[in-house]
Design a protein around this ligand. Structure first.
Ligand SMILES: Nc1ncnc2c1ncn2[C@@H]1O[C@H](COP(=O)(O)OP(=O)(O)OP(=O)(O)O)[C@@H](O)[C@H]1O
Length: 256
C-alpha cells in the first residue's frame, strides 16, 4: 500500500547541506494503522510531506498504491493526491464560512460529484464520527474535539488509499484525545482505511498496533527514542523489539 525505499532528504541553506532523513525504509499494508513517533526536529513533518507528495526526496522511492510518486510531475501529483491521500491536521483546517456538512463535502466538489450524492455521503460520515446532529452548524460553534471529527469525516469522503494525520490530538485534552483516537481506530476497522498518525506522544503511539520511530532522521527502536544517545547523534540499530512494534532501520548504522 505504502512503501518507502531508501528515502533520504537534505535541505540546502546557502552553502550548507543539512541531511534530515537517512535511508528510511518501511512498508504499511492496506488497512494498517501506524504511528510515526519522534521528538521535535526528528524529521516527522519532512517525512510526512514526502509521503504525501508535497515534497520530493533527495534520494529514494515512495510507492503508494503501487505507483512511485517520486517520478510524478506537479500536475499528475496533484491529481494523485486528490484521489489517494487524505489529511487530518492538528489545527483542523476547516473553512469557517461553510457549515460542518459543507466542509465535509468540499473534497467531492472538486471531483464534480452531484450535490445530492455529496450530501448523502457527508451525512453518513458525520453520523459515523458521532456528530450528525451538528451538520448545519459552523466550525466556530463546535468544540475542538468536534471540529477534529469534522476533519476526520472530510478526510474520508474521497475514500483515499491512505490518510496522513499530523498530530491530530495535539490541541486536545487527554479525554478528547482518547475519543478521537478511538474514532479513528473504529473507522480504520470498519472502512479498512490505512492511517499514518504522526505524533510525539507515546500515549497515542502506544495504542497503535505498529509504531515507527524517528530520531535525528533515522528510524530507531523504541528504547532508543527515550534514551539519549551516548556520544552524540549516532545512528542506532534495531533489534529485539517489543511485540507488535515493527521498526525497520536499513541504512541505520552510518553517521554522515
Ligand atoms: N525548509 C527547511 N529548510 C531547512 N531545514 C529544515 C526545513 N524544514 C525542516 N528543516 C529541518 O529538518 C529537521 C527536521 O524537521 P521536521 O520539521 O521534519 O521535524 P519534526 O519531527 O516534524 O518536528 P516537530 O515535531 O517540531 O514538528 C529539523 O532540523 C529542521 O530544522
Amino acid at each position: 500500500m505504502l512503501r518507502l525505499e531508501n528515502v533520504s532528504h537534505s535541505f540546502k541553506n546557502g552553502n550548507e547541506v543539512l541531511k534530515v532523513l537517512h535511508n528510511i525504509q518501511f512498508e504499511v499494508q492496506k488497512g494498517e494503522m501506524i504511528a510515526l513517533l519522534g521528538s521535535s526536529g526528528s524529521g516527522k513533518s519532512t517525512l510526512l510531506n514526502l509521503m504525501a507528495g508535497l515534497m520530493k526526496p533527495t534520494e529514494g522511492h515512495i510507492y503508494i498504491a503501487d505507483q512511485d510518486i517520486v517520478k510524478y510531475g506537479e500536475n499528475k501529483l496533484a491529481v494523485f493526491r486528490r484521489k489517494h491521500i487524505g489529511f487530518i491536521f492538528q489545527a483542523y483546517e476547516l473553512i469557517p464560512t461553510l457549515t460542518v456538512r459543507e466542509n465535509v463535502e468540499l473534497p467531492l466538489v472538486f471531483q464534480s460529484v452531484s450535490p445530492s450524492k455529496r450530501r448523502k455521503k457527508a451525512m453518513e460520515l458525520l453520523e459515523m464520527t458521532g456528530i450528525g446532529d451538528k451538520a448545519a452548524l459552523y466550525p466556530s460553534q463546535l468544540s475542538g474535539g468536534q471540529q477534529q471529527r469534522v476533519s476526520i469525516s472530510r478526510s474520508l469522503i474521497t475514500e483515499p488509499s491512505v490518510i496522513f494525520a499530523d498530530e491530530p490530538t495535539g490541541n486536545l485534552d487527554t479525554k478528547t484525545e482518547e475519543e478521537i483516537i478511538r474514532i479513528m481506530m473504529a473507522l480504520n476497522e470498519s472502512m479498512n482505511t490505512t492511517f499514518v498518525i504522526v505524533t510525539h506522544e507515546m500515549e497515542v503511539a502506544a495504542q497503535m498496533k505498529k509504531t515507527i520511530m524517528l530520531r535525528d532522521g533515522y528510524l530507531v527502536q523504541p528504547e532508543e527514542y527515550t534514551r539519549p544517545a551516548a556520544g552524540g547523534s549516532k545512528a542506532p540499530n534495531a533489534s529485539s523489539l517489543p511485540s507488535g512494534v515493527e521498526v525497520h532501520s536499513e541504512g541505520a548504522g552510518e553517521v554522515s
